[in-house]
Design a protein around this ligand. Sequence first.
Ligand code: GSH
Length: 242
Amino acid sequence: MTNKLRLFTSPSAFPNPQRLRLFMHEKGIADQFEERIYDMSPVGEQRQWPHLKMNPWGETPTLELADGSYLAETAAIVRYLDQSYPGRRIMGSDPLQQGLDTMWENRIWVHILYRIVTMFHVLHNGLGPKVELTSNHAWGEHCRKEALAHAGLVNQHLSDGRDWMLGGDEPTFADITMATAIAFSKFPVNATPLDERFEHVDAFWQRWQLRPSFQAAYADRNSGVLELDSPGSQTATLITMS
Ligand SMILES: N[C@@H](CCC(=O)N[C@@H](CS)C(=O)NCC(=O)O)C(=O)O
C-alpha cells in the first residue's frame, strides 16, 4: 500500500504528460507520485470509461488528489504542485516573473507545441481507430508552418545570450514546454527538428540535455526521439507509439 498520489499518464513520447514529468524532476518531487502509465495507442485506455470517470476529456495527464478528487490539464496540475510543494518556484518567484512565465508558456503551448501535436494527429496514419481517424495533409502542413514561424520568434528572444526564456539562471515552466516542443518536433512523423532550424533554439536544446532533471525525465527511453532513446547511436530506428 502506498500513500503516494496517483498520476495517470503516458510514456515520454507524449508531450503533455512529459512536460509535467520534466516539471516534477525540476522541482525535485518526481518520486512522490505513483505513475500509472497507459497504453495510449492503439488501445486508448485514456478514452475508456474508468479514465473518463476521472477526466471526461479522456486525456493524460490526470492527477488523483488525496481527497479522491481529480485535477487535469498540465498547466493546472503544474500550478497546483508548484505552489503546494516546497522547493524552487518553477512558474516564477514573484508576480512579475509569474506573469512573464505564463505569457511565454502560453505563446509556446498555443503556437508551437499544440501546433505540432495537431500536425502529428492529422499527418499520422497509424494511431488507430480508437485514437485518431482524421487525416488532413493540408492542415498538418499549415500547423508545421505556424510552429516554425513562432519557434523563430523564440529563437529571436534567445538571441541576446540568455540561457532561459525569462533570463534567469534556471528554467521555468515556459522553458519546460519549449523543451518538450523541441523533442516532439523531432518525432519521426513530425520530422521538423526545431533545433536544426534555429541556432539559439539548438543551444537551448543542448543546455536542457545537460540537466539531470531532463536526463531523469527521459530515462524511459520511450520518447520516439532517437538521440534521447539511444544516445550515441548512428542507426536510424523508426520508433512508433504502439
Ligand atoms: N490540454 C491538455 C491536453 C492533454 C493531451 O492532449 N494529452 C494527450 C497526450 S499528449 C492525450 O492524452 N491524448 C490522448 C487522446 O487524445 O486520446 C493538457 O494540457 O494536459
